[in-house]
Write a protein that binds this ligand. Sequence first.
Ligand SMILES: Nc1nc2c(ncn2[C@@H]2O[C@H](COP(=O)(O)OP(=O)(O)OP(=O)(O)O)[C@@H](O)[C@H]2O)c(=O)[nH]1
Length: 390
Amino acid sequence: MEYVVVGLVLLGVLILGGVGLLVPKLRRRELPPPPPGDTTLLERPPAAEAAPTASTAPPLPPVEVPLEDLPPLVTTPELDRPEPTAGRLVRLRARLSRSQNALGRGLLAVLSRDHLDEDAWEEIEDSLITADVGIEPTRVIVERLRERVRVLGSRTVTEVREQLAEELTAALDPGMDRTLASTKADGPAVILVVGVNGAGKTTTCGKIARVLVADGRSVVLGAADTFRAAASEQLATWGERVGAETVRGPEGADPASVAFDAVKRGIDTGVDTVLIDTAGRLQNKVGLMDELGKVKRVVEKHGPVDETLLILDATTGQNGLEQARVFMEAVNVTGVVLTKLDGTAKGGIVIAVQNKLGIPVKLVGLGEGPDDLAPFEPKAFVDALLDAGA
Ligand SMILES: Nc1nc2c(ncn2[C@@H]2O[C@H](COP(=O)(O)OP(=O)(O)OP(=O)(O)O)[C@@H](O)[C@H]2O)c(=O)[nH]1
Protein backbone atom coordinates (compact mmCIF):
# COMPACT_ATOMS: atom_id res chain seq x y z
CA MET A 1 0.00 0.00 0.00
CA GLU A 2 2.85 2.35 0.97
CA TYR A 3 4.44 1.63 -2.42
CA VAL A 4 1.19 2.56 -4.11
CA VAL A 5 1.01 5.90 -2.23
CA VAL A 6 4.66 6.71 -2.97
CA GLY A 7 4.09 5.79 -6.64
CA LEU A 8 1.08 8.08 -6.88
CA VAL A 9 2.97 10.99 -5.27
CA LEU A 10 5.86 10.51 -7.74
CA LEU A 11 3.41 10.37 -10.64
CA GLY A 12 1.79 13.62 -9.47
CA VAL A 13 5.20 15.34 -9.21
CA LEU A 14 6.10 14.19 -12.72
CA ILE A 15 2.80 15.43 -14.19
CA LEU A 16 3.09 18.86 -12.52
CA GLY A 17 6.71 19.20 -13.68
CA GLY A 18 5.67 18.32 -17.23
CA VAL A 19 2.91 20.91 -17.24
CA GLY A 20 5.34 23.48 -15.81
CA LEU A 21 7.70 22.88 -18.70
CA LEU A 22 4.95 22.92 -21.29
CA VAL A 23 3.13 26.08 -20.25
CA PRO A 24 5.97 28.59 -20.89
CA LYS A 25 6.39 26.99 -24.34
CA LEU A 26 2.72 27.41 -25.10
CA ARG A 27 2.78 30.99 -23.79
CA ARG A 28 5.78 31.80 -25.92
CA ARG A 29 3.95 30.51 -28.95
CA GLU A 30 0.93 32.71 -28.14
CA LEU A 31 3.02 35.89 -28.39
CA PRO A 32 1.82 38.07 -31.30
CA PRO A 33 4.21 38.58 -34.19
CA PRO A 34 6.14 41.85 -34.13
CA PRO A 35 4.41 44.67 -36.04
CA PRO A 36 5.56 45.09 -39.64
CA GLY A 37 8.61 47.24 -39.88
CA ASP A 38 9.54 46.57 -36.25
CA THR A 39 13.22 45.74 -36.56
CA THR A 40 14.03 45.83 -32.86
CA LEU A 41 14.27 42.06 -32.74
CA LEU A 42 16.67 42.01 -35.65
CA GLU A 43 18.79 44.68 -34.08
CA ARG A 44 19.08 42.97 -30.70
CA PRO A 45 22.64 41.57 -30.28
CA PRO A 46 22.95 37.78 -30.04
CA ALA A 47 22.82 36.41 -26.50
CA ALA A 48 26.53 35.56 -26.36
CA GLU A 49 27.56 39.11 -27.26
CA ALA A 50 24.82 40.84 -25.28
CA ALA A 51 25.96 44.07 -23.69
CA PRO A 52 26.54 43.82 -19.97
CA THR A 53 23.51 44.86 -17.94
CA ALA A 54 23.63 47.54 -15.26
CA SER A 55 23.91 44.88 -12.58
CA THR A 56 26.87 43.08 -14.19
CA ALA A 57 28.83 45.96 -15.78
CA PRO A 58 31.62 47.71 -13.88
CA PRO A 59 30.74 51.37 -13.04
CA LEU A 60 31.65 53.79 -15.83
CA PRO A 61 33.96 56.71 -15.07
CA PRO A 62 32.18 60.12 -15.19
CA VAL A 63 32.41 61.86 -18.60
CA GLU A 64 32.75 65.61 -18.83
CA VAL A 65 30.59 67.13 -21.59
CA PRO A 66 31.28 70.75 -22.57
CA LEU A 67 28.20 72.89 -21.83
CA GLU A 68 27.80 73.98 -25.44
CA ASP A 69 27.54 70.34 -26.56
CA LEU A 70 24.50 69.69 -24.38
CA PRO A 71 21.10 69.77 -26.10
CA PRO A 72 19.13 72.96 -25.32
CA LEU A 73 16.67 72.66 -22.47
CA VAL A 74 13.90 74.31 -24.49
CA THR A 75 13.53 72.81 -27.95
CA THR A 76 11.81 74.74 -30.74
CA PRO A 77 8.87 72.75 -32.09
CA GLU A 78 9.43 71.34 -35.53
CA LEU A 79 7.60 73.36 -38.17
CA ASP A 80 5.32 71.80 -40.77
CA ARG A 81 6.58 71.83 -44.30
CA PRO A 82 3.46 72.66 -46.36
CA GLU A 83 2.94 70.92 -49.68
CA PRO A 84 4.11 72.84 -52.76
CA THR A 85 1.23 74.73 -54.34
CA ALA A 86 1.98 74.00 -57.98
CA GLY A 87 -0.35 71.32 -59.30
CA ARG A 88 -2.36 71.06 -56.07
CA LEU A 89 -5.66 71.22 -57.94
CA VAL A 90 -4.65 68.27 -60.07
CA ARG A 91 -3.56 66.35 -56.96
CA LEU A 92 -6.87 67.13 -55.25
CA ARG A 93 -8.87 66.46 -58.40
CA ALA A 94 -10.29 63.19 -57.06
CA ARG A 95 -12.05 65.15 -54.28
CA LEU A 96 -13.68 67.30 -56.86
CA SER A 97 -14.64 64.59 -59.30
CA ARG A 98 -16.00 62.47 -56.44
CA SER A 99 -18.53 65.14 -55.67
CA GLN A 100 -19.12 66.14 -59.26
CA ASN A 101 -19.42 62.82 -61.00
CA ALA A 102 -23.21 63.03 -60.95
CA LEU A 103 -22.85 65.89 -63.44
CA GLY A 104 -20.13 64.11 -65.43
CA ARG A 105 -22.09 60.88 -65.68
CA GLY A 106 -25.36 62.62 -66.52
CA LEU A 107 -23.78 64.62 -69.32
CA LEU A 108 -21.90 61.66 -70.67
CA ALA A 109 -25.14 59.68 -70.90
CA VAL A 110 -26.83 62.43 -72.93
CA LEU A 111 -23.80 63.09 -75.14
CA SER A 112 -23.56 59.38 -75.95
CA ARG A 113 -26.87 59.44 -77.82
CA ASP A 114 -26.69 59.00 -81.57
CA HIS A 115 -28.52 62.18 -82.23
CA LEU A 116 -28.64 65.30 -80.05
CA ASP A 117 -32.29 66.30 -80.43
CA GLU A 118 -34.19 69.07 -78.67
CA ASP A 119 -34.79 66.88 -75.59
CA ALA A 120 -31.10 66.07 -75.34
CA TRP A 121 -30.13 69.75 -75.41
CA GLU A 122 -32.72 70.46 -72.73
CA GLU A 123 -31.23 67.73 -70.58
CA ILE A 124 -27.76 69.19 -70.99
CA GLU A 125 -29.14 72.56 -69.95
CA ASP A 126 -30.86 71.05 -66.90
CA SER A 127 -27.69 69.23 -65.82
CA LEU A 128 -25.71 72.48 -65.86
CA ILE A 129 -28.40 74.42 -64.00
CA THR A 130 -28.65 71.67 -61.38
CA ALA A 131 -24.89 71.91 -60.93
CA ASP A 132 -25.39 75.59 -60.01
CA VAL A 133 -23.75 76.99 -63.15
CA GLY A 134 -26.53 79.60 -63.15
CA ILE A 135 -29.32 80.18 -65.67
CA GLU A 136 -27.72 82.90 -67.75
CA PRO A 137 -24.25 81.31 -68.10
CA THR A 138 -25.91 77.95 -68.90
CA ARG A 139 -27.95 79.52 -71.67
CA VAL A 140 -24.85 81.08 -73.23
CA ILE A 141 -22.78 77.90 -72.90
CA VAL A 142 -25.45 75.66 -74.44
CA GLU A 143 -26.17 78.10 -77.27
CA ARG A 144 -22.49 78.31 -78.21
CA LEU A 145 -22.08 74.55 -77.98
CA ARG A 146 -25.11 73.90 -80.18
CA GLU A 147 -23.73 76.25 -82.78
CA ARG A 148 -20.31 74.57 -82.76
CA VAL A 149 -21.81 71.09 -82.99
CA ARG A 150 -23.94 72.24 -85.92
CA VAL A 151 -21.15 74.01 -87.80
CA LEU A 152 -18.44 71.43 -87.15
CA GLY A 153 -20.82 68.49 -87.49
CA SER A 154 -19.41 66.93 -84.30
CA ARG A 155 -20.61 63.39 -83.90
CA THR A 156 -18.70 61.45 -81.25
CA VAL A 157 -19.12 61.79 -77.49
CA THR A 158 -15.45 62.65 -77.18
CA GLU A 159 -15.75 65.50 -79.66
CA VAL A 160 -18.83 67.05 -78.06
CA ARG A 161 -17.46 66.55 -74.55
CA GLU A 162 -14.26 68.32 -75.53
CA GLN A 163 -16.20 71.21 -77.02
CA LEU A 164 -18.35 71.45 -73.89
CA ALA A 165 -15.17 71.50 -71.77
CA GLU A 166 -13.85 74.35 -73.93
CA GLU A 167 -17.06 76.33 -73.48
CA LEU A 168 -17.10 75.82 -69.72
CA THR A 169 -13.45 76.86 -69.50
CA ALA A 170 -14.16 79.95 -71.61
CA ALA A 171 -17.05 80.80 -69.24
CA LEU A 172 -14.45 80.85 -66.44
CA ASP A 173 -12.48 83.51 -68.27
CA PRO A 174 -9.07 81.79 -68.12
CA GLY A 175 -7.29 85.08 -68.92
CA MET A 176 -8.22 86.60 -65.54
CA ASP A 177 -5.34 87.36 -63.18
CA ARG A 178 -5.58 84.87 -60.32
CA THR A 179 -2.29 85.58 -58.60
CA LEU A 180 -2.45 86.65 -54.98
CA ALA A 181 -0.99 90.09 -54.32
CA SER A 182 1.27 88.68 -51.63
CA THR A 183 4.37 90.85 -52.00
CA LYS A 184 5.22 94.41 -52.80
CA ALA A 185 8.42 96.40 -53.04
CA ASP A 186 7.94 98.77 -50.09
CA GLY A 187 6.90 96.66 -47.12
CA PRO A 188 4.50 93.80 -46.58
CA ALA A 189 1.53 93.23 -48.86
CA VAL A 190 -1.71 93.32 -46.86
CA ILE A 191 -4.42 90.73 -47.51
CA LEU A 192 -7.81 91.22 -45.87
CA VAL A 193 -9.96 88.09 -45.52
CA VAL A 194 -13.72 88.63 -45.29
CA GLY A 195 -16.85 86.47 -45.40
CA VAL A 196 -19.78 85.27 -43.30
CA ASN A 197 -19.11 83.19 -40.21
CA GLY A 198 -18.89 79.51 -40.88
CA ALA A 199 -17.78 80.02 -44.49
CA GLY A 200 -14.34 78.81 -43.45
CA LYS A 201 -12.59 82.16 -43.03
CA THR A 202 -10.26 81.35 -40.17
CA THR A 203 -9.43 77.93 -41.58
CA THR A 204 -8.78 79.43 -44.99
CA CYS A 205 -6.58 82.15 -43.48
CA GLY A 206 -4.49 79.39 -41.93
CA LYS A 207 -4.37 77.48 -45.21
CA ILE A 208 -3.42 80.62 -47.15
CA ALA A 209 -0.58 81.23 -44.69
CA ARG A 210 0.63 77.73 -45.55
CA VAL A 211 0.27 78.40 -49.30
CA LEU A 212 2.39 81.54 -48.88
CA VAL A 213 5.00 79.81 -46.71
CA ALA A 214 5.15 76.94 -49.24
CA ASP A 215 5.91 79.55 -51.89
CA GLY A 216 8.73 80.99 -49.81
CA ARG A 217 6.98 83.99 -48.23
CA SER A 218 7.14 85.13 -44.60
CA VAL A 219 3.80 85.93 -42.96
CA VAL A 220 2.26 87.76 -39.98
CA LEU A 221 -1.35 86.86 -39.15
CA GLY A 222 -3.77 89.40 -37.70
CA ALA A 223 -6.62 87.93 -35.60
CA ALA A 224 -9.15 90.71 -36.13
CA ASP A 225 -12.08 88.33 -35.61
CA THR A 226 -12.35 89.41 -31.99
CA PHE A 227 -16.03 88.49 -31.92
CA ARG A 228 -15.42 84.75 -31.54
CA ALA A 229 -12.83 84.08 -28.82
CA ALA A 230 -11.78 80.71 -30.26
CA ALA A 231 -11.07 82.24 -33.68
CA SER A 232 -7.84 83.95 -32.60
CA GLU A 233 -6.72 80.81 -30.76
CA GLN A 234 -7.46 78.77 -33.91
CA LEU A 235 -5.56 81.23 -36.11
CA ALA A 236 -2.54 81.30 -33.77
CA THR A 237 -2.36 77.50 -33.92
CA TRP A 238 -2.33 77.58 -37.73
CA GLY A 239 0.43 80.20 -37.58
CA GLU A 240 2.57 78.29 -35.10
CA ARG A 241 2.61 75.24 -37.34
CA VAL A 242 4.39 77.14 -40.10
CA GLY A 243 6.30 79.64 -37.96
CA ALA A 244 4.06 82.65 -38.66
CA GLU A 245 3.51 85.10 -35.82
CA THR A 246 -0.09 85.96 -34.90
CA VAL A 247 -1.03 89.39 -33.57
CA ARG A 248 -4.05 89.15 -31.28
CA GLY A 249 -6.06 91.47 -29.08
CA PRO A 250 -8.15 90.74 -26.00
CA GLU A 251 -11.60 89.22 -26.58
CA GLY A 252 -14.00 91.88 -27.80
CA ALA A 253 -11.14 94.24 -28.73
CA ASP A 254 -11.63 96.69 -31.57
CA PRO A 255 -10.94 94.63 -34.73
CA ALA A 256 -9.55 97.69 -36.50
CA SER A 257 -6.96 98.21 -33.79
CA VAL A 258 -5.83 94.54 -33.95
CA ALA A 259 -5.58 94.80 -37.75
CA PHE A 260 -3.57 98.02 -37.42
CA ASP A 261 -1.18 96.39 -34.91
CA ALA A 262 -0.76 93.36 -37.16
CA VAL A 263 0.28 95.47 -40.14
CA LYS A 264 2.63 97.48 -37.89
CA ARG A 265 4.20 94.24 -36.66
CA GLY A 266 4.56 93.05 -40.24
CA ILE A 267 6.34 96.28 -41.18
CA ASP A 268 8.61 96.14 -38.11
CA THR A 269 9.61 92.53 -38.68
CA GLY A 270 9.97 92.94 -42.45
CA VAL A 271 7.71 90.07 -43.52
CA ASP A 272 6.36 89.69 -47.07
CA THR A 273 2.66 89.41 -46.23
CA VAL A 274 0.21 90.36 -43.49
CA LEU A 275 -2.96 88.29 -43.57
CA ILE A 276 -5.92 89.64 -41.60
CA ASP A 277 -8.85 87.46 -40.50
CA THR A 278 -12.06 89.40 -39.79
CA ALA A 279 -15.41 88.64 -38.17
CA GLY A 280 -18.43 88.09 -40.41
CA ARG A 281 -21.72 88.58 -38.65
CA LEU A 282 -24.29 89.07 -41.34
CA GLN A 283 -27.24 89.45 -38.97
CA ASN A 284 -26.59 93.13 -38.88
CA LYS A 285 -25.63 94.29 -42.33
CA VAL A 286 -25.05 97.94 -41.39
CA GLY A 287 -22.89 96.98 -38.40
CA LEU A 288 -20.83 94.61 -40.53
CA MET A 289 -20.28 97.16 -43.27
CA ASP A 290 -19.28 99.78 -40.71
CA GLU A 291 -16.88 97.40 -39.01
CA LEU A 292 -15.22 96.18 -42.21
CA GLY A 293 -15.05 99.68 -43.60
CA LYS A 294 -13.34 100.83 -40.42
CA VAL A 295 -10.83 97.93 -40.46
CA LYS A 296 -9.92 98.85 -44.02
CA ARG A 297 -9.62 102.59 -43.31
CA VAL A 298 -7.49 102.06 -40.21
CA VAL A 299 -5.19 99.55 -41.91
CA GLU A 300 -4.76 101.97 -44.80
CA LYS A 301 -3.09 104.45 -42.45
CA HIS A 302 -0.06 102.22 -43.09
CA GLY A 303 -0.70 102.00 -46.84
CA PRO A 304 -3.27 100.47 -49.23
CA VAL A 305 -4.77 97.02 -48.75
CA ASP A 306 -3.37 94.93 -51.60
CA GLU A 307 -5.90 92.14 -51.74
CA THR A 308 -9.36 91.60 -50.25
CA LEU A 309 -10.39 87.97 -50.43
CA LEU A 310 -14.02 87.00 -50.04
CA ILE A 311 -14.51 83.51 -48.61
CA LEU A 312 -17.66 81.82 -49.94
CA ASP A 313 -19.01 78.44 -48.89
CA ALA A 314 -19.76 76.51 -52.11
CA THR A 315 -22.44 74.45 -50.39
CA THR A 316 -24.62 77.54 -49.90
CA GLY A 317 -25.06 77.72 -53.68
CA GLN A 318 -26.79 80.74 -55.14
CA ASN A 319 -27.42 82.16 -51.60
CA GLY A 320 -23.71 82.75 -51.37
CA LEU A 321 -23.99 85.22 -54.22
CA GLU A 322 -26.40 87.36 -52.21
CA GLN A 323 -23.96 87.38 -49.28
CA ALA A 324 -21.19 88.33 -51.64
CA ARG A 325 -23.01 91.51 -52.65
CA VAL A 326 -23.11 92.77 -49.07
CA PHE A 327 -19.35 92.40 -48.76
CA MET A 328 -18.71 93.94 -52.13
CA GLU A 329 -20.59 97.04 -51.00
CA ALA A 330 -18.48 97.29 -47.83
CA VAL A 331 -15.02 96.58 -49.23
CA ASN A 332 -13.39 96.34 -52.61
CA VAL A 333 -13.28 92.56 -53.08
CA THR A 334 -10.42 91.57 -55.40
CA GLY A 335 -10.62 87.78 -55.29
CA VAL A 336 -12.89 84.93 -54.22
CA VAL A 337 -12.00 81.75 -52.35
CA LEU A 338 -14.65 79.04 -52.72
CA THR A 339 -14.49 76.63 -49.79
CA LYS A 340 -16.04 73.18 -49.24
CA LEU A 341 -16.11 72.25 -52.92
CA ASP A 342 -15.38 68.73 -51.74
CA GLY A 343 -18.77 68.66 -50.03
CA THR A 344 -21.05 69.59 -52.91
CA ALA A 345 -22.13 68.12 -56.21
CA LYS A 346 -22.70 71.67 -57.42
CA GLY A 347 -19.23 72.70 -58.49
CA GLY A 348 -20.78 74.78 -61.27
CA ILE A 349 -21.14 77.52 -58.64
CA VAL A 350 -17.60 78.62 -59.57
CA ILE A 351 -18.90 79.70 -62.98
CA ALA A 352 -21.94 81.44 -61.45
CA VAL A 353 -19.77 83.31 -58.92
CA GLN A 354 -17.38 84.63 -61.53
CA ASN A 355 -20.16 85.43 -63.93
CA LYS A 356 -22.31 87.30 -61.41
CA LEU A 357 -19.55 89.05 -59.44
CA GLY A 358 -17.01 89.58 -62.19
CA ILE A 359 -14.27 88.78 -59.66
CA PRO A 360 -11.78 85.95 -60.22
CA VAL A 361 -11.95 82.82 -58.10
CA LYS A 362 -8.34 82.60 -56.93
CA LEU A 363 -8.34 79.60 -54.60
CA VAL A 364 -10.61 76.65 -53.91
CA GLY A 365 -11.02 74.68 -50.67
CA LEU A 366 -11.24 70.95 -51.19
CA GLY A 367 -11.21 69.51 -47.68
CA GLU A 368 -10.42 70.05 -44.05
CA GLY A 369 -6.76 69.04 -44.27
CA PRO A 370 -4.17 71.81 -43.84
CA ASP A 371 -3.06 71.67 -47.47
CA ASP A 372 -6.50 71.15 -49.01
CA LEU A 373 -6.55 74.60 -50.58
CA ALA A 374 -5.51 74.89 -54.20
CA PRO A 375 -4.80 77.74 -56.59
CA PHE A 376 -7.70 77.74 -59.03
CA GLU A 377 -7.00 76.63 -62.61
CA PRO A 378 -10.04 76.79 -64.96
CA LYS A 379 -9.05 73.97 -67.30
CA ALA A 380 -8.06 71.46 -64.61
CA PHE A 381 -11.25 72.35 -62.74
CA VAL A 382 -13.50 71.80 -65.76
CA ASP A 383 -11.80 68.48 -66.52
CA ALA A 384 -12.59 67.33 -62.99
CA LEU A 385 -16.12 68.70 -63.25
CA LEU A 386 -16.79 66.63 -66.35
CA ASP A 387 -15.02 63.56 -65.05
CA ALA A 388 -17.59 60.81 -65.24
CA GLY A 389 -16.02 59.30 -62.14
CA ALA A 390 -15.21 56.16 -64.03
N1 LIG B 1 -14.99 70.00 -46.10
C1 LIG B 1 -14.45 71.21 -45.98
N2 LIG B 1 -14.56 71.87 -44.82
C2 LIG B 1 -14.00 73.10 -44.72
C3 LIG B 1 -13.32 73.71 -45.82
N3 LIG B 1 -12.90 74.94 -45.41
C4 LIG B 1 -13.31 75.09 -44.12
N4 LIG B 1 -13.98 74.00 -43.69
C5 LIG B 1 -14.60 73.75 -42.38
O1 LIG B 1 -15.62 74.73 -42.12
C6 LIG B 1 -15.77 74.92 -40.73
C7 LIG B 1 -15.85 76.42 -40.41
O2 LIG B 1 -14.58 77.00 -40.63
P1 LIG B 1 -14.07 78.32 -39.86
O3 LIG B 1 -12.76 78.63 -40.46
O4 LIG B 1 -14.13 78.17 -38.40
O5 LIG B 1 -15.16 79.38 -40.32
P2 LIG B 1 -15.18 80.95 -40.10
O6 LIG B 1 -15.73 81.55 -41.33
O7 LIG B 1 -13.86 81.44 -39.66
O8 LIG B 1 -16.22 81.10 -38.91
P3 LIG B 1 -16.25 82.30 -37.81
O9 LIG B 1 -14.92 82.35 -37.16
O10 LIG B 1 -17.34 81.83 -36.87
O11 LIG B 1 -16.58 83.55 -38.52
C8 LIG B 1 -14.60 74.20 -40.08
O12 LIG B 1 -15.05 72.98 -39.55
C9 LIG B 1 -13.65 73.95 -41.23
O13 LIG B 1 -12.84 72.81 -41.04
C10 LIG B 1 -13.22 72.96 -47.05
O14 LIG B 1 -12.69 73.40 -48.07
N5 LIG B 1 -13.80 71.73 -47.08
